[in-house]
Ligand binder design. Structure first.
Ligand code: NAD
Length: 432
């Protein structure tokens, strides 16, 4: 990724453009340009070698007008407050566009989780909760897993919170393991959600899924199930996936003649999304440099690894046949890439619409926790499909009505809903 891109500046730039188009009052825009609350704290962790190490933790609550803040916790070596702010802001828009009654939050710790033992990870998770427990909860802020965090970690965090408040409170974290308060379908949710929106975009553009080819970046949670879904739900072919190899400390692209087999690759990928290179080569996969994914012949591009990947530099290397860019990751395309898409009539499914399947299913998990009644996987995925389809349609309708780009239309739908909630709660009249 390009080190110069500041994700929060990008989030504000996108918001400012739409606020102008919506003729939003300057004061209201100022409320929404910045998070309502930010937490920055230090987490001391006793490592297995007996030493005490202090880690930097964050939580940002962007806007809770529509309901409790919601958003992941990332364990990443390159985490920054600005990245967390950007991601919290996008969560507000994502929950609003998906029309789930939640606000926007995000958190993290600056750490490479692959350097930690299981015991150290648990200590880190419990430490994050001890720092934040008074400011999270099912009615004010509900974190979830994201990059570098897992269902098991959410289980530990939920346990620590439950101990501190003195009662079992499964709805405080989502993305928990099955049997530990988790929901069926959560693992597939974000990737399948990406594919539900791709399917709707194909209907809209008259593209046949069965004759379609996707080039996908990443092979973590989102990209794994986007790959599976592209093949199994749409009947299409996946030309390549890619990953960051944590052993070699570099990215690789994996492709195979006739398309990759996502189910096979799932058997040789580790929990951090690193594919076993030797096993892939033995199975006939071509392994190229990490940048090669974007150059593959395809009509659908799914950047589903991390932010800032499709840039002014890389966008020109994309196949000229790309018709749909589905943003599985958060913030994968820069404003310069957007300009290229607009100029070349490429249909963009913006991140906070495209990858809203995760948070929607997290919301379903919380609903199930509150009811203490659990749905079948088919019921979860069926409800997810309905929500994603309806969200996609509301954005396409707005895009056609206002003759605006899909990202702007998604912002318009989301901002209108958040402003309406703030207004209905009396936040904009000066009496609140
Ligand atoms: P993950 O950690 O499970 O997987 C990330 C994948 O990207 C891994 O395969 C990793 O090796 C790969 N990767 C990292 N750097 C790379 C590089 N430079 N080149 C190629 N591959 C690289 O993460 P995830 O949960 O799949 O999340 C991916 C993106 O989707 C993130 O932007 C995240 O914020 C967003 N997202 C995730 C969810 C979710 O439910 N997991 C929901 C919404 C959005």
């Amino acid at each position: 990724m390009s080190g110069q891109i500041n994700a929060f500046e990008m989030a504000q730039k996108q918001f400012d453009g739409v606020a102008k188009q919506l003729k939003l009052d300057d004061g209201v825009a100022e409320v929404l340009r910045w998070p309502m609350r930010e937490f920055s704290f230090r987490i001391p962790v006793r490592l297995d070698d007996g030493s005490l190490k202090v880690f930097q933790g964050f939580r940002v609550q962007h806007n809770d007008a529509r309901g409790p803040n919601k958003g992941g916790i990332r364990f990443a070596a390159n985490e920054t407050m600005d990245t967390v702010r950007a991601l919290a802001t996008w969560m507000t828009w994502k929950c609003a566009v998906a029309d789930i009654p939640l606000g926007g939050g995000k958190g993290g710790i600056i750490v490479d989780p692959s350097t930690l033992t299981v015991n150290e990870k648990e200590e880190m998770c419990r430490g994050w909760v001890r720092a934040m427990w008074k400011n999270i909860g099912p009615r004010n802020d509900v974190p979830a897993p994201d990059i570098g965090t897992t269902p098991q970690m959410m289980g530990w965090m939920m346990d620590e919170y439950s101990r501190l408040v003195g009662q079992y409170t499964p709805g405080v974290f989502t993305g928990k393991p099955l049997g530990g308060g988790g929901s069926l379908g959560r693992t597939e949710a974000t990737g399948y959600g990406v594919i539900y929106t791709v399917r709707e975009a194909m209907k809209h553009l008259n593209i046949d899924g069965k004759n379609s080819v996707a080039a996908i970046q990443g092979f973590g949670n989102v990209s794994q199930y986007a790959s599976v879904g592209f093949v199994e739900l749409l009947g299409g072919t996946v030309a390549c996936v890619s990953c960051w190899d944590r052993h070699d400390k570099k990215a690789y692209t994996y492709s195979k003649k006739g398309g990759i087999d996502p189910r096979f690759l799932l058997t040789i990928v580790d929990e951090y999304g690193t594919i076993d290179k030797a096993k892939a080569q033995d199975a006939g996969y071509t392994v190229e440099d990490g940048d090669a994914w974007i150059t593959k012949e395809a009509n659908v591009l799914i950047p589903a690894a991390m932010e800032g990947q499709v840039t002014a530099d890389t966008v020109s290397k994309m196949s000229k046949n790309i018709k749909i860019v589905a943003e599985g990751a958060n913030g994968p395309c820069t404003p310069e890439a957007d300009e290229y898409f607009k100029k070349n009539n490429i249909f963009n499914i913006p991140d906070f619409l495209c990858n809203a399947g995760g948070v929607t299913t997290s919301y379903f998990e919380q609903v199930q926790n509150d009811m203490n009644f659990y749905w079948s996987k088919d019921e979860v995925l069926g409800r997810l499909d309905e929500k994603m389809t309806s969200a996609f349609n509301s954005v396409v309708d707005r895009s056609e009505k206002e003759k605006v780009y899909m990202r702007d239309a998604a912002y318009m739908v989301a901002i209108d809903r958040v402003v309406k909630a703030m207004d209905l709660r009396g936040w904009l009249t000066g009496n609140a």
